[in-house]
Design a binder for this molecule. Structure first.
Ligand code: GDP
Ligand code: MG
Length: 437
């Protein structure tokens, strides 16, 4: 399975103290193969691979994790992004009665079942749904919906005509007269995309002005489903996807490809035939499930949290001691630079203070300072006390300035730092505030 393959790919890194570029490349190659084998679209895979490799080598890493764990974290984050990042919900207009949700998709994709499940979900959220049976082609499609509705105690409007458009518009009136606030429209599918079906969906869309058109995609068909989704997106357009049959031995490929190839979010996944088996998609949870490695992932997540807490604490400590590092110094000067621009403006106003305008910051000095600070390591910027003579020489060479320039900057920084220490009480207040936040 995909989980198994991913675990093997990443498991090979375990226990390695340091990862070389070759280690990462090898692991990424394995991950790529695993995704391709799971039927993830190849363009999606190559974009994934580029991003993940960049992030692994960009030293965007947590110290508290081993190199292998860091790679797993990158893969997990990227999988989450592929699944859309944030959980998406139904967007039903507030002032519209009734709201309309229309389900479209190929025959057998799971539309009728999903209509009932969605109605059940909305009912459990306090809505009063009505199901509309607009599939007039499939024998007994309306009966199927009616049976499901009866089980869930949700009314079904089936009309008696052969015209889906008429049934649909009647169902809206029926909803209003029976105080139903959301109509879920089941539509006809075909085995393949054809023009007649597209026309019908388009007419329904125009007549019903649905709040949401959801495309039901069978997770088991993989790549093919994407072509269908593309055709739909072009001709009818839709707002989101319900990925059905995720309980089967789907290889996960469809789930991972849908978002990037159609640009539409997966809003729900369907995990079985029971009415309560429709769930909103939580990209982080699904990514975790696809990746497997439950223990490792929990460990990573707690390490991320610890790291965040530590950073917060360190920052609070530093503020409590009113200690200014070079990052703060840079930020401060950026602000001053901005004010410099403003003071020039004020000085130019009639009655403006000429003296103020003469105090403007010299752009070149600021730029040089920035160049020097950018030539420092992260450690040097955060803990400037470690910057000794040798480091100064290296920084000067890196920034293309003289050591005297670096010395001048450090002197200025030292003075500012002292000044800030004097303002300690007010800073401590903000440190307290920071700690609470
Ligand atoms: P439609 O033609 O698009 O309306 O598809 P149906 O709703 O009639 O579903 C086709 C078949 O797939 C039925 O046998 C359903 O019970 C089954 N089905 C639908 N959704 C799921 C699911 O999430 N999991 C499983 N295992 N079966 C499903
Ligand atoms: Mg159906």
């Amino acid at each position: 399975s995909l989980s198994q393959r991913l675990q093997n790919a990443l498991g090979a890194l375990r226990g390695k103290g340091r990862l070389t570029e070759a280690d990462i490349a090898q692991a990424m190659r394995e991950v790529r193969l695993a995704l391709l084998e799971a039927d993830v679209n190849f363009k999606v895979v190559s974009r994934f691979s580029i991003r993940a490799t960049e992030r692994c080598s960009a030293a965007e890493v947590l110290n508290s994790l081993t190199p292998a764990q860091n790679v797993v974290k990158v893969v997990l984050d990227e999988l989450t992004d592929m699944l859309g990042g944030q959980t998406q919900t139904l967007e039903l207009a507030q002032n519209k009665h009734p709201n309309v949700v229309m389900l479209v998709g190929l025959q057998g994709s799971g539309k009728t079942t999903a209509c009932a499940k969605l109605a059940y979900l909305l009912k459990s959220q306090g809505k009063r749904p009505l199901l509309a049976a607009c599939d007039v082609y499939r024998p007994a499609a309306a009966d199927q919906l009616e049976t499901l509705g009866r089980e869930l105690d949700i009314p079904v409007y089936r009309g008696d005509g052969h015209n889906p458009l008429a049934i649909a518009t009647e169902s809206l009136a029926h909803a209003t007269s029976t105080m139903r606030d959301v109509v879920i429209v089941d539509t006809a599918g075909r085995l393949h995309i054809d023009d007649a079906m597209m026309d019908e969906m388009y007419q329904l869309k125009v007549a019903l002005e649905p709040d949401e058109i959801l495309m039901v995609i069978d997770a088991m068909i993989g790549q093919d489903a994407l072509n269908v989704a593309h055709a739909f997106a072009e001709k009818v357009d839709f707002d989101g996807v319900i990925l059905s049959k995720m309980d089967g031995d789907a290889r996960g490929g469809a789930a991972l490809s849908v978002r990037e190839t159609t640009g539409k979010p997966i809003k729900f996944i369907s995990m079985g035939e029971k009415p309560d088996s429709l769930e909103p998609l939580h990209p982080d949870r699904l990514a975790r499930r696809i990746l497997g490695m439950g223990d490792m992932v929990s460990l990573i997540e707690s390490a991320v949290k610890v790291q965040q807490d530590e950073l917060r604490e360190e920052e609070a400590q530093r503020l409590a001691h009113a200690d200014l590092n070079l990052n703060d110094f840079l930020e401060m000067n950026k602000q001053i630079k901005k004010i410099g621009g403003i003071s020039k403006f004020i000085g130019a106003l009639p009655g403006g203070d000429r003296a103020l305008s003469s105090g403007k910051v010299d752009e070149k000095i600021f730029e040089r300072m920035e160049t020097i600070i950018f030539s420092m390591t992260k450690e040097e910027r955060e803990k400037p006390d470690c910057i000794n003579g040798r480091r100064r020489a290296r920084i000067a060479a890196g920034a293309g300035v003289s050591v005297t320039d670096v010395n001048q900057l450090m002197k200025k920084y030292g003075e500012t730092r002292k000044m800030v220490r004097k303002m300690m009480p007010s800073l401590q207040e903000s440190a307290e505030h920071f700690k609470k936040g």
